[in-house]
Design a protein around this ligand. Structure first.
Ligand code: CAA
Length: 261
């Protein structure tokens, strides 16, 4: 019934409350052509708006999460056409999502694929995943956050090496450098991502969104500004029913019944 060309979407998990988006352009190793990114951002924003969804997972195939922006599509672009059409600008829509997004990465996550993973909130990797920013090899540089986000999770020397060499990084190295939070056997990866998404979805969606916002704020601010922002949101949780319910449930030794208010 769906007329999606480049992705498959479905709700998964025991409570059917996890939005799964699978990139599905196998012939091009999920290269992120314009149509794919449109479908992806629309699917994520639909799940973001769906009250029955607590968290979102983005994944690819065992061979490729995504092998980057579509090189064939970019081949004949020019500086002025980029300015006029805003090349890669629509990717930013992903960061408007208030719900947590988990990237479950098997296979290649190169260039825009690595950047897409880093735009997500949590990265889980399969043991054979390969990350990298190979743009330098084809005469350009990362254009969807690769030079900005990797340095924040992995530090300067490593990020610089990855961006300047174009070398691929293994899942184990990505784990060691803090690019990903956990590594699993490839066939267990999505299942584990679903488990994490389900765990997150047990909490109050309202408070989860505030928590995500607060962690992400660290990217944009100094420590003292960030601490101040966090404190405001923390105090703000006391204006919600769910904060009251959460603490009352703890004291009464029962499970909380969150209402998202
Ligand atoms: N764009 C378009 N098509 C791509 C692609 C990409 N990024 N990556 C792979 N494909 C296509 C190949 O052209 C090939 O298609 P054909 O069969 O029609 O020729 C198909 O996918 C399979 O790829 P390969 O035959 O190359 O597979 P392989 O196993 O030999 O190699 C690979 C796999 C190492 C991932 C290799 O495909 C590769 O190096 N891909 C390009 C990676 C890259 O440079 N990514 C960065 C793109 S630029 C970018 O992302 C800018 C940005 O910052 C957003």
């Amino acid at each position: 019934t769906s007329n999606l060309e480049y992705i498959i979407t479905k709700k998964v998990g025991e409570k059917n409350n996890i939005g799964l988006v699978q990139l599905n352009r196998p012939k091009a190793l999920n290269a992120l052509c314009d149509g794919l990114v449109t479908e992806l951002t629309e699917a994520v924003s639909a799940y973001d708006a769906d009250d029955k969804v607590g968290a979102i997972i983005v994944t690819g195939s065992e061979r490729a999460f995504a092998a980057g922006a579509d090189i064939k599509e970019m081949l004949n672009q020019t500086y002025s056409s980029n300015l006029k059409t805003g090349l890669l600008q629509q990717w930013d829509n992903l960061s408007k999502c208030k719900k947590p997004i988990i990237a479950a990465v098997n296979g290649f996550a190169l260039g825009g694929g690595c950047e897409l993973a880093m735009m997500c909130d949590i990265i889980y990797a399969g043991e054979k995943a390969k990350f990298g920013q190979p743009e330098i090899i084809i005469g350009t540089i990362p254009g969807a956050g690769g030079t900005q986000r990797m340095i924040r999770s992995c530090g300067k020397s490593f990020a610089m090496e990855v961006c300047l060499s174009g070398n691929q990084i293994t899942a184990q190295e990505a784990l060691m450098r803090g690019l990903v939070s956990k590594v699993f056997p490839p066939e267990k990866l999505v299942e584990e991502a679903i488990k994490l998404a389900e765990k997150i979805s047990e909490h109050s969606p309202l408070i989860v969104a505030l928590c995500k916002e607060s962690v992400n704020h660290a990217y944009e601010s100094t420590l003292s500004q960030g601490l101040k922002f966090e404190k405001k949101l923390f105090y703000g949780t006391f204006a919600t029913d769910d904060r009251k319910e959460g603490m009352a449930a703890f004291v009464e030794k029962r499970k909380p019944n969150f209402t998202n208010n």
